[in-house]
Design a protein around this ligand. Sequence first.
Ligand SMILES: NC(=O)c1ccc[n+]([C@@H]2O[C@H](COP(=O)([O-])OP(=O)(O)OC[C@H]3O[C@@H](n4cnc5c(N)ncnc54)[C@H](OP(=O)(O)O)[C@@H]3O)[C@@H](O)[C@H]2O)c1
Length: 376
Amino acid sequence: MNRVALLGSTGSIGTQTLEVARHLREQVKVVALTSGRNAQLLSLQLNEFQPRLYHSLVPEEVASGQSILRTPEEIVADHQIDTVIVATAGSAGLKPTLTALAHGKTVALANKEVMVMAGSMVMESARCTGATVVPIDSEHNAIWQCLRGEERDSVQRILLTASGGPFWTYSEEQLKAVTAREALAHPVWPMGPKVTIDSATLINKGLEIIEAHWLFDMPYKQIQVLLHPQCLVHSMVEFVDGSVKAQISSPDMTLPIQYALTYPDRVRGPRRPFAWDTLYTLTFAEVDTNRFPGLRIACEAGYAGKTYPAALCGADDAAVRLFLHGAIEFPQVARLVEHTIAAHSPCDATTLEAVLGAEAWARDYVLTNHTKIRTT
Ligand SMILES: NC(=O)c1ccc[n+]([C@@H]2O[C@H](COP(=O)([O-])OP(=O)(O)OC[C@H]3O[C@@H](n4cnc5c(N)ncnc54)[C@H](OP(=O)(O)O)[C@@H]3O)[C@@H](O)[C@H]2O)c1
């Protein structure tokens, strides 16, 4: 039995993880659930799964039944937990991830900002205790599947696929007129608001490059992005002999979530598998970073290292919030992030304080300066 703590149970990945847990009742036991402010949904989940532990940012609003309130750090360190699924958004998952790894737990990671902000610390922490980090992000889960059974030295390149988001064909003028409502309608599957906007600006793909760099210990020059609007090839690995392995499946997050919980075993999933009786055309193209500078800006923060990626996360989080509240236009998200990174004074990303400090600084910088930056 895999005894799991699910952080971020009320979000898009969290609720799909519980769908997988329902389906895998014989293999997975939910021991703890944590959420942010959605007390109503957490109360329903606690009632259904009866976990021993829970956490909420608004515990007074939660109908917790027999479940005991604990901090996320206490929960992930609990000796009865084998796997911690980090499905929070933004920086919320960073501290619990490091604590879980320090206690030797397997961490199944969806919360990509954790790896972007502190990839070196996360992987070092895992190395120290022999803990494993398993990727849930569909591209990284695909790469992880392609790499299984292969020698590290035989890898030539990682090919990350990108849907291009809903505005891929838009002109610069059209992009200025994009509303939050339009941007929140992800073309392939419903996701949380932050990652949906990041997918539309392509900043998400830059975050994924940084995530892949740390997860697979791969130099940036060996990671390439390919536009693949059908979202069926979730990513590929090219080997030195020219062979390419691709992971293909329906665009459905329950598959990577389930595989992260059952590997190396494969079991039937809760939803319909890929339908080969339909004919598909698979296309791949280069990404145009002139109209979508978000990818370039995020990559540059990754190459620069130090606390630049943490500043990238803080700036992006604040800029996305401003866009969702109608305070800035869609193209301003990437522009604000770029300005903030240029203004950042970095330090080594070797402590939690440095990383969280840079993230908080960048968030404040965007909120304080966004009107000025918009007019320059
Ligand atoms: N959705 C996808 O298909 C997808 C795919 C690949 C990777 N990811 C990555 O997975 C992560 C989660 O994405 P999502 O789409 O599931 O996001 P989401 O729907 O916004 O869910 C975020 C979860 O985190 C909780 N949370 C937010 N802030 C918190 C805080 N300060 N403290 C504690 N809990 C907090 C939320 O709680 P409340 O709602 O209760 O406030 C919610 O349970 C992101 O990093 C995203 O990039 C998502």
